[in-house]
Design a protein around this ligand. Structure first.
Ligand code: NAD
Ligand code: WQD
Length: 349
């Protein structure tokens, strides 16, 4: 039997590179398209080094319709894992058109080329950021959506488009319907246990863990803790941090579900990928100090606009329907973040 071939968009990036590694290890054939807007080919080299298996890489933009067409004609792609996108919340407020063009239009071009090529299995990188304000802090998939910035809205729009695609199949009685899984990530952190691939942010990191890691290695002088007056156990923001390797294992489970009996009629379903456990900023700093023996210099700073006090996943639907649960704990996340950061103080450069 032919191997199942997966097209990974954004496969050179942080989560995509870990997905490529896991797919190769699980015996899938991997084709990557990435325009390197936020990544380097070194990640792809290292994935091949770690696994001892080759993959096919195209440096191209998903908005380049002709390249996509040629990829679908040259490879017998069974499923697309769609990671490609811009992801910085603050930047999305300054450059909304870039975000909608890249993320929303990019997905439109991709989906149209998939349909033309008869490829209708898709796993999409959504985000917990699509959820609206809620009085409950543990988010379930049926909670109302209501993103509050252009990045989040681009993800919510893509979710709508993909749900509409699956709904159209029902009206049209499409005999080969779309099978789509939307994965809503909470806060992915950590790195592969080899320490060879990890998150390599451009410039000053926006997110907590890469910032803490750069303070620990001496590249940044001090962490600003954004607010200590939230209604949480120690006043700092609480999030659901999830190890990137657990996260990508959830993608493999999603891919298996798409090809299984539960999806025979097609459809579009959303799943949270989180641990279900929240940690505060100060708990993360403490864990980092305890596990690495490094002192993290920090100060309390004003709240960051747009931040929630507390947010974590209800991960039960993914457990029930995808047979997936996060397995790694906070110490694993910190240990692996630090191994990557200390072995690669300048990232892939
Ligand atoms: P990343 O920036 O490391 O990876 C994204 C990759 O996509 C990069 O390699 C980039 O070069 C590529 N890319 C961007 N636009 C492209 C285009 N038009 N054509 C081809 N390639 C393009 O980000 P990541 O953290 O690995 O995130 C992957 C996906 O997961 C993104 O869609 C992101 O929005 C989503 N997500 C990330 C997080 C997070 O905290 N990291 C949380 C929720 C959702
Ligand atoms: C975590 C906590 C901050 C930096 C973002 C996106 C979200 C998703 C994941 C893509 C918060 C605090 C942070 C710092 C701090 N990405 N913090 N000092 O904001 O939960 O989620 O990344 O989809 O869409 O919004 O993650 O890591 O930025 O913040 O005190 O220097 O750390 O206030 O409480 P966030 P984060």
């Amino acid at each position: 039997m032919d191997k199942h071939t997966v097209l990974v968009t954004g496969g050179a990036g942080y989560i995509g590179s870990h997905a490529c590694l896991e797919l190769l290890n699980a015996g899938y054939e991997v084709v990557v398209i990435d325009n390197l807007a936020n990544s380097k080919t070194e990640s792809i080299q290292r994935v091949q080094q770690i696994t001892g298996k080759p993959l096919t890489f195209y440096q191209a933009d998903i908005r380049d319709q002709q390249t996509l067409q040629s990829i679908f004609s040259q490879h017998s792609i069974a499923t697309v894992m769609h990671f490609a996108g811009l992801k910085a919340v603050g930047e999305s407020c300054q450059l909304p058109l870039d975000y909608y063009h890249n993320n929303v239009y990019g997905t439109l071009v991709l989906a149209a080329e998939m349909a033309k090529a008869g490829v209708r299995q898709l796993v999409f990188s959504s985000s917990a950021t699509v959820y609206g304000e809620s009085s409950e802090v543990q988010y379930s998939e049926h909670f109302p959506l209501g993103a509050i910035n252009p990045y989040g809205r681009s993800k919510a729009m893509i979710e709508d488009i993909l749900r509409d695609l699956a709904a159209a199949d029902k009206i049209n009685n499409n005999p080969a319907p779309w099978k789509i899984v939307l994965l809503r990530y909470f806060n992915p952190i950590g790195a592969h246990e080899s320490g060879m691939i990890g998150e390599d942010p451009n410039g000053i990191p926006n997110n907590l863990m890469p910032y803490v890691a750069q303070v620990a290695i001496g590249k940044l002088p001090q962490l600003s803790v954004f607010g200590d007056d939230y209604p949480t156990r120690d006043g700092t923001g609480v999030r659901d941090y999830i190890h990137v390797v657990d996260l990508v294992k959830g993608h493999i489970k999603a891919l298996q579900a798409l090809t299984g009996a539960g999806f025979q009629q097609g459809g579009c379903r959303a799943y949270n990928l989180g641990t279900g456990q929240g940690y505060s900023v100060l708990e993360m700093v403490d864990a980092f100090q305890r596990v690495t023996g490094k002192t993290i210099n920090y100060k309390i700073a004003p709240r960051r606009a747009g931040d929630l006090a507390e947010c974590f996943a209800n991960p039960e639907l993914a457990a029930k329907e995808l047979d997936w649960r996060a397995e790694k704990n906070l110490d694993d996340m910190v240990t692996d973040t630090w191994r990557w950061q200390s072995q690669n103080p300048n990232g892939y450069a």
